[in-house]
Design a binder for this molecule. Structure first.
Ligand SMILES: [Zn+2]
Length: 242
């Protein structure tokens, strides 16, 4: 295998590896608009769950308070009857004091029950608002999901074709050339094989000696940047496949 063939294979590998990295990034990154819709949807569900939990909590407290208020009302009735049957001032003052006490407790329960009722109304309103994703919102979200899924599938298809191409280039290069590439790659990834940029290295931007530029153009041997030790090629001669 000539050095030019080897360089051709290395340039192809570098381009395939670049494309593979880009595809993998693409597959891992849903479009921003979709990510925003997903976040919005998730937040709405969290708020909805919180409102439902709040409603349950309030309903439970309401049930307890209602039982307690009923018991107090019975007690009050009992003391009112007693009050009508007292026979002296001492008894009267004792019953009135009990009655006051029960009345205060009852009032507190009633006040809290009113608060709970308002809280329940607020929770119900929140649930009604949050629970209803409008058909338009839903369509928008589902469309965005479907478009993303389609793009993902296209990327996944391209990725699998690309893996095949990678294997084929590797096979063409053979073991010795691949070992050499891997060594270069392991120390210089993700850019091991780089184009000249005029008379400079496109990776480190260091200027190249005129004689080195000449050698890179001739492509009779592999040439490396003096500064960053990356493998250089002349982009005029190694153009990406159309
Ligand atoms: Zn360089």
């Amino acid at each position: 295998m000539t050095a030019r063939d080897q360089l051709t294979g290395y340039v192809a590998l570098q381009r395939l590896l670049d494309r593979r990295a880009a595809l993998k990034r693409e597959l891992d990154t849903p479009p921003e608009a979709l990510a925003a819709l997903r976040t919005q949807f998730a937040e709405r569900h969290e708020q909805l769950a919180a409102a439902r939990a709040r409603r349950e909590e309030l309903a439970a407290e309401q049930a307890t308070l209602q039982r307690e208020a009923e018991a107090l009302a019975e007690e009050r009735e009992h003391f009112r009857k007693q009050k009508s049957q007292v026979t002296n001032v001492k008894q009267l003052s004792a019953v009135v004091s009990e009655l006051d006490h029960v009345e205060t407790q009852y009032k507190a329960k009633e006040d809290r029950l009113l608060e709970i009722l308002q809280g329940l109304e607020a929770a119900e309103a929140a649930i009604a608002t949050l629970g209803a994703e409008s058909p338009e919102e839903r369509a928008l979200r589902e469309q965005a999901e479907a478009a993303w899924e389609q793009r993902r599938q296209a990327s996944a298809g391209e990725l699998s074709a690309l893996e095949n191409e990678l294997r084929s280039v590797q096979a063409q290069l053979g073991k010795a050339a691949m070992d050499r590439f891997r060594k270069l790659w392991s120390s210089r990834k993700p850019n091991a094989v780089v184009a000249m940029d005029g008379t400079a290295c496109s990776a480190c931007h260091g200027d190249l000696r005129p004689s080195l530029v000449q050698l890179v153009r001739q492509a009779e041997e592999l040439q490396f940047c003096d500064h960053c030790r990356r493998l250089l090629y002349d982009p005029e001669q190694f153009q990406p496949p159309a």
